[in-house]
Ligand binder design. Sequence first.
Ligand SMILES: [Zn+2]
Length: 147
Amino acid sequence: SSISSARFPRISTHGIPTRCWCGEGITTFDSSTAENRYRRFYRCEIARDRKTENHLFKWIDEALIEEIRMVDAKHERVAQGITKFEERVMEKVMVRVEHQIQMSEKLKEKGDLEIARVAHEMKHKLKIATVAMVVVGAIVGIWTSLS
Ligand SMILES: [Zn+2]
């Protein structure tokens, strides 16, 4: 066992293995031992014929649990990445909204000035009209008293 371990470098195989340390592809086998009857495991074809050599061995159920944990961790990282992306987008949107608010406030100020100017003009015109009405009234009064 110690000789074969030295021959094949022990590469960390977390999750579902795709290749044995010896370079051979992985196959699934059924356990025939009493304590693990029908329990399935991963192993390369070479290991079946050369029982003394130390090839990759992994229970499928354990590999699947590792794989699920790895996928979970990856999903978590992706989710965090999305959150950061959303934060950046929201910051940009907020800057734009802020700009729009400032723009509309400026327009509102301009609008208020315009309304004030129109109101002032209307008041002035109304004053002229009132004066005109008084003048016309006086003329009519004078004309009726003369006739
Ligand atoms: Zn192998």
